[in-house]
Design a protein around this ligand. Structure first.
Ligand SMILES: C[S@@+](CC[C@H](N)C(=O)[O-])C[C@H]1O[C@@H](n2cnc3c(N)ncnc32)[C@H](O)[C@@H]1O
Length: 299
């Protein structure tokens, strides 16, 4: 048995994705194992156990026997769940700085299936409580909150460009991603139909092109190390743009946001997933969109 946690907003997507579902408990899907790849799970509970208990003390003891630190996913019986959690060692918030190392203390997850039944997983796929990733945010420099998607990808997944590399940032306005990439020490070709915020446009190593991204040919830019795109467009259109750059041989690393308007476009999502070396994930900081990255050069 494996359990997959998401948010209320993306429960339909997770239900579409996960096979052999046994039951759904709030936003937690319980399915027969083995573990399945998931785009939409915010956290995967890897070794869930069902444990019956009578008293709060008994429940807390069962948890303590299996691990030290626990995050509670509370669906109903909130008061009872809180009483159990209060009997466990206090879990400090895990608030990250950009590019800081990940917490190393193991962290489990649990929920109450009913008044007398725990579902307990001492192992999960995320070191963050219920997969919720919080940063010490920069409230001064980035002009939008989109930068948090790159902070998450670079810090948590370790997928990031190096200082001195040349990158293109498509759909860059107002400039959050361009700012992150510039801060990483990259040479940034920043492209949007709308202008960058002036305090971003003024920074060194940023070359802004005010144009339609779909009219820019790879040969116009030349060889680059990374292709970034946060353009608002249909997934099919983004796929064509990525393929055009792949076919040009001028870029080997890609990070893109696939944005959905209305319904999730599962068919195009599958096409991205089937690309060689592609990883598709709904990041904690993604809205109704997912992030795809394709890294074919090292480091
Ligand atoms: C979500 S915003 C990007 C936010 C940006 N990554 C940041 O961190 O500030 C999407 C951008 O895509 C741009 N966009 C949409 N279609 C475009 C196109 N055909 N060519 C260039 N930019 C486009 C919009 O102007 C908008 O600025």
């Amino acid at each position: 048995m494996i359990a997959y946690l998401t948010t209320e907003q993306f429960l339909p997507e997770l239900q579409e994705e996960i096979k052999n579902i046994k039951s759904v408990h709030g936003n937690l899907i319980i399915a027969d194992g083995p573990v399945q790849d998931s785009v939409w799970a915010q956290q995967i509970w890897l070794n869930p156990e069902v444990i019956t208990f009578e008293s709060i003390t008994q429940a807390a003891k069962a948890l303590k026997e299996r691990g030290k630190l626990w995050a509670c996913y509370s669906v109903d019986n909130h008061r009872r769940a809180q009483l159990i959690q209060d009997n466990l060692p206090k879990l400090k918030p895990r608030i990250m700085d950009f590019l800081s190392p990940l917490p190393s203390d193991p962290l489990g997850a649990w929920t109450l299936l009913d008044k007398n039944t725990l579902l307990v997983s001492s192992e999960t796929n995320s070191v963050f409580p219920l997969g919720e990733i919080q940063f010490n945010e920069d409230k001064k420099n980035p002009p939008s909150r989109a930068y948090l998607k790159l902070w998450e990808l670079f810090t948590v997944y370790g997928v990031k460009p190096e200082a001195g590399q040349k990158v293109v940032d498509f759909g860059s306005c107002p400039g959050g991603w361009t700012w992150v990439l510039q801060q990483m020490g990259c040479e940034v070709v920043s492209i949007d139909r709308a202008p960058l915020e002036p305090h971003i446009a003024r920074l060194p190593r940023i070359h802004f092109m005010k144009t339609n991204a779909f009219t820019v040919k790879p040969e116009d830019i030349g060889a680059i190390d990374w292709f970034f795109s946060d353009i608002i467009c249909y997934p099919e259109k983004l796929l064509e743009l990525v393929q055009q750059w792949q076919n040009s041989g001028l870029c080997r690393n890609f990070v893109c946001t696939i944005k959905f308007q209305g319904k999730t476009d599962f068919a195009t999502l599958k096409k991205f997933q089937s690309m060689e070396k592609a990883k598709v994930q709904h990041l904690y900081h993604n809205k109704h969109e997912v992030t795809v990255w394709i890294k074919t050069s090292s480091p």
